[in-house]
Design a binder for this molecule. Structure first.
Ligand SMILES: Nc1ncnc2c1ncn2[C@@H]1O[C@H](COP(=O)(O)OP(=O)(O)OP(=O)(O)O)[C@@H](O)[C@H]1O
Ligand SMILES: [Mg+2]
Length: 302
């Protein structure tokens, strides 16, 4: 059944969006249907699909409609029939994402001021607002194999709401951007979300990216191994490669930009490791015959 994964790390530029797009397209190459959800007002994940949030048709909904109009994600999704077997979908982002928190707060404050609701009601409205993304994405359960959420570099409403919507969270990290204090705050937020909203939220893993193989990288890998439990660090690491920066610039996935090259193969290995971690599901829609063989070979190898 559908697995919803969110990336989280309030550190900017640590490879979240690159991980979302590269992993989503790797899973699509393995025969799975994947919807990417862009919750970052920078709309980098949307751009990575070659879509400009500002140029969307007037009747095309965005992730903001999931929050403000309670639109189910299956009515927001865009499809890309010509890319990776048509298995990739996008819930496009919008700069308007940055206004959602403000609008939510204004709505509550206005109703408090006009004495329509009590303070306790206000808490309930807040809870409902925080669950809007989850409710919207639940419309994709049973339809897509994976839903992968991209969040921006802050521990605000979007990250909270994405964690509430998710079954798993992935922490992309670059050794040079390692920040233990930030990580502790993130883990605190995760624990609070588990207690109040989503008890089954599970760490998928910590993904080291832009790894250069220096002594410092090794030291940080050791610190992280000690800070997390055994097996929390993904075995697959993503090396620093100019191919990723190029793919970002051209608005294509790494697998379309540099097929067969290390940068692409590392993300395919990551997809395989993640498939293992989530119990080796079969695609909901069934696999094309050619992919079925490669998956079975992989299972036999594993
Ligand atoms: N493995 C890599 N090797 C080299 N460059 C990379 C790698 N992964 C990502 N990059 C580049 O680093 C930059 C930042 O990556 P990305 O946008 O994925 O980070 P982010 O965490 O999403 O940033 P933000 O916090 O602003 O959303 C991009 O230009 C991207 O192409
Ligand atoms: Mg990003």
């Amino acid at each position: 059944m559908t697995k919803i994964i969110t990336t989280t790390n309030q550190k900017g530029g640590c490879g979240k969006t690159t991980a979302v797009i590269s992993l989503a397209s790797a899973l699509a190459m393995r025969g799975f249907t994947v919807t990417v959800v862009d919750c970052d007002p920078q709309t980098n994940a949307t751009q990575a699909f070659g879509v400009e949030a500002e140029d969307l048709d007037d009747d095309q909904f965005t992730v903001v409609d999931a929050f403000l109009a309670k639109k189910p994600a299956d009515q927001i999704e865009m499809s890309f029939p010509d890319r990776i077997g048509g298995r990739l979908y996008l819930v496009p982002g919008s700069r308007g994402v940055s206004t959602v928190q403000f609008r939510f707060d204004a709505h509550i404050n206005e109703r408090l001021a006009t004495q329509e609701i009590t303070q306790i009601d206000a808490d309930n409205v807040k809870d409902d607002q925080r669950r809007r993304l989850k409710t919207s994405l639940d419309s994709l359960r049973g339809k897509r194999d994976f839903v992968i959420i991209d969040t921006g570099p802050e521990l605000g409403l979007m990250m909270t709401t994405a964690l509430i919507a998710a079954d798993y969270y992935l922490i992309p990290m670059i050794p040079s951007g390692y920040d233990l204090k930030g990580l502790k705050l993130l883990m605190k937020a995760v624990n609070q979300i588990r207690e109040r909203y989503q008890p089954n939220l599970e760490l998928l893993g910590v993904l080291l990216s832009k790894v250069k193989g220096t002594k410092l990288d090794e030291q940080i890998r050791d610190i992280l191994s000690a800070a997390f439990e055994e097996g929390d660090l993904m075995k697959t690491e993503i090396a620093d490669s100019v191919r990723h920066r190029e793919a970002t610039l051209y608005g294509v996935s790494i697998h379309e930009h540099a097929p067969g090259q290390a940068a692409s193969m590392q993300y395919l290995s990551l997809a395989d490791e993640i498939l293992d971690r989530v119990g080796n599901p079969k695609p909901i829609t069934g696999l094309p015959a050619s992919q079925e063989v490669s998956l079975e070979t992989r299972a036999a190898e594993g």
